[in-house]
Design a protein around this ligand. Sequence first.
Ligand SMILES: [Zn+2]
Ligand SMILES: [Zn+2]
Length: 140
Amino acid sequence: MLLEATLRASDHRMTRPRRVVWDVLNSTGRHLSAAEIVDAVHELDPGINSSSVYRTLGLFADLDLVRESRLTDEASTWEVAHPDDVIHLVCSLCGATTHHATDAVDALRTQLGAGSDFHAAGIDVRVTGTCSNCITRLHD
Ligand SMILES: [Zn+2]
Ligand SMILES: [Zn+2]
């Protein structure tokens, strides 16, 4: 298990909040705000307090287990870390975020590597637009 192995490798213990936050992030395909994560954690275990959920997210981010994104003007969202060759499509109307796999990000990284003395670490591509649900709704 990625979580156990990563915690062990960095000298952290497995705790109930860590387990439950990880389960919440893995059981959704969506990006969740911290407040949504707290709600989902409380559904599974009302005994876990919000501040330990926030601390857990911070730890997971430090360990590169999760990815925090600021995709809209709203609060940042969290998800299980994924490689950068996925770009985010963000609906400007409803905020829904979907993933789009592309090799364009790798191509960009290669170009950057070849043409400059800047070392690119993370590439975070965000495309704004209108999702298919909202397009359907607009045409109704
Ligand atoms: Zn939408
Ligand atoms: Zn994502």
